[in-house]
Design a protein around this ligand. Structure first.
Ligand SMILES: *Cc1c(COP(=O)(O)O)cnc(C)c1O
Length: 395
């Protein structure tokens, strides 16, 4: 059951983004959450993946997002801190959290286990396994060993640079966990927005080597996140190809049906489920100044090649057909606060117009700072078709 945090007040629910602009005429950025899109995306992943699906909450922890994913069938959450665990517990009362950060403070392990009843923790070093055993006693606890996988082609972020151990260490950790009376699992992360399904097959091959070295089966094999979102700016293989690669990888290493498969998608579940509505505060020739930027919810753009589809919204009157190229500046005083690249928008764009950036559900509000007093914190729900889908239908 969902607690109060996930209920939406009627006044915050709109039939379209146009209706949001009309009702609020917002001079502040507004996150437009599309619950039906999130639900559908969760349902699709849960249906396609041959195992348990944990949502990586860091990607977008907003309660409206958690509520929609819950309705789409998500009951398991990949968390990395006590505040994330508390948020899941407070928002989604029959959900299970898993502590998938390989380095944790002792007091945090203790609280996670005793206060929140967390039973699954990831580790990538003997020192961390010892901490886990000391602080929990090990009974009924599973240590999921994080394996380092080689960088996959075309990922936006490499997530094995900081965490993960090599195959011999993983064998040692699994063996030691078992000696201490704990259950053992194996996990990895191929990198975010992974474009090559074979990366999962390869990583599962390494998992096979670990199992062979240990001489016994883990309770779970967790293929992590990294599944790509269908960004308009990227040509991504379909989710089905990743599922096929995982099935064939599991088969190739002879993974027994008793070993549960887990996945920890973040981006793929939520990217298309939210957009960001910003307002143009000033136009100087083809330079626009808007009310959100790289220190706010548009920060991921400054790190990696994601260009959200942008469309203009104006309440009073028609918009020019002709387009021009614009540079878009964020609101802070910092000269770095400029969106990379240029955007094609109507030539008569003017102060007071709104721009909707679509596909902004992943690593957006989650990364926003309070720098210079700007912080995007308004969320509404919207029940229309996302512009990126309309565009792809036309194209
Ligand atoms: C960030 C993260 C995820 C989610 O990754 P996506 O690329 O958003 O799918 C999953 N698991 C772990 C351990 C992570 O750190």
């Amino acid at each position: 059951m969902l607690a109060g945090a996930c209920t939406v007040r009627k006044s915050h629910s709109f039939e379209s983004v146009q209706a949001v602009a009309k009702a609020l005429q917002p001079s502040y950025p507004v996150h437009c959450v599309r619950p039906e899109v999130l639900e559908e995306s969760a349902r699709r992943f849960v249906t396609l993946f041959p195992g348990r699906v944990l949502y990586a909450i860091k990607c977008n922890p907003h309660p409206l997002v958690l509520g929609a994913l819950y309705r789409g069938g998500i009951r398991d959450f990949d968390t990395a801190s006590l505040p994330e665990i508390a948020l899941v517990a407070d928002t989604v009362s029959d959900a299970r959290s898993y502590f998938m950060h390989p380095v944790k403070a002792r007091a945090v392990i203790r609280s996670a286990h005793k206060v929140y009843g967390i039973k699954v923790f990831s580790v990538d070093h003997l020192g961390e396994l010892k901490k886990l055993y000391d602080e929990t006693g090990g009974e009924g606890v599973a240590a999921v060993v994080r394996l380092k996988t080689p960088p996959a082609d075309g990922t936006l972020y490499h997530l094995a640079a900081k965490f993960g151990c090599e195959i011999p260490e993983a064998v040692e950790l699994l063996t030691e966990a078992r000696r201490l009376g704990m259950q053992g699992g194996i996990c990895f992360h191929v990198g975010s927005q992974c474009m090559t399904p074979q990366a999962y097959t390869q990583a599962l091959g390494m998992v096979g080597e670990v199992i062979e070295g240990a001489g016994f089966d883990p309770v779970c094999v967790d293929v992590g996140g990294g599944f790509p979102a269908a960004y308009v700016s990227h040509k991504t293989p379909p989710l089905e190809d990743f599922m096929a690669a995982i099935r064939s990888g599991a088969k190739a290493v002879g993974l027994k049906p008793t070993v549960e498969l887990w996945a920890e998608p973040g981006r793929a579940l939520v990217a298309s489920g939210c957009s960001l509505l910003v307002q143009v505060q000033l136009r100087k020739d083809n330079q626009l100044y808007i009310n959100d930027g790289i220190y706010g919810s548009l920060s991921e753009m400054s790190q990696v090649q994601i260009k959200p589809p942008a469309r203009l919204l104006r309440l009073d009157g028609a918009v020019a057909e002709a387009q021009e190229r614009f540079t878009i500046n964020g609101p802070t005083c910092d000269s770095l606060d400029v969106l990379p690249g240029e955007f094609d928008l109507p030539a008569d764009l003017r102060e007071g117009d709104w721009i909707e950036f679509d596909q902004m559900g992943a690593y957006s509000n989650a990364l926003a700072t309070h720098f210079n007093g700007f912080h995007p914190e308004t969320f509404v729900t919207v029940h229309d078709t996302p512009p990126s889908r309309l565009a792809s239908r036309l194209g």
